[in-house]
Write a protein that binds this ligand. Sequence first.
Ligand SMILES: [Zn+2]
Length: 231
Amino acid sequence: MSIQAARDVFADLVLGGRCVGCGRPGRPLCQPCAATLPTLAHPSWPNPVPAGLVTPWSGAAYEGLTRSMVVAHKERRVLALRRPLAGILAAAAAAAVPFGLPVVLVPVPSRPGSARARGHDPTDALTRDAARLLRGRGYDASRARLLVSRGAVADQAGLDAPARAANLAGSMFCPTARLRRVAGRRMHIVVCDDVMTTGATAREAQRALEAVGLGVAGIATVAATRLRRPP
Ligand SMILES: [Zn+2]
């Protein structure tokens, strides 16, 4: 038995750990499942496209293994999944900006209360790790929490695209103190989130950045829900 396999068995005995993909006892993501994760990103336009949205990039469809990973990381705080999820997000961000240009990853802000309730801010954590992974590949990459949520936003679950857009309109802003941190920097901003659904959240983040004079080069998400084309 290899050391890793022994560790997996130990983890299962002590922690009851299982792979979120296949249920194999051991690590939260087994090696065979990890090997199937995407390494390239693709444009992931929602349907309908929110007016003016810059190009969104995603590494995967929001289903199967990727969905299980996102949910486990966000809701059950399975932190071992952060690195592989950040790897997918990094691929999406890399697709949004040509290599060699300075890139700043801006996480979509969580609603006040939600991050505290979970004890962590999963989107910000993924964004921070994605920037680190890009630096490791030679990118001039950083993460900047430029956006803040105003907080008077209802849960998006169950809302259709127009309702989501209306719910989110004006819900984010860039405080002057945060804007000062990046003032005068030459950079290409990529808005980062875990999942693209209708694009309303990404569009609101883009609007809030543009409202203070910051251009947005693209949107990067780990996964996107599949296009639901009209019948
Ligand atoms: Zn597995």
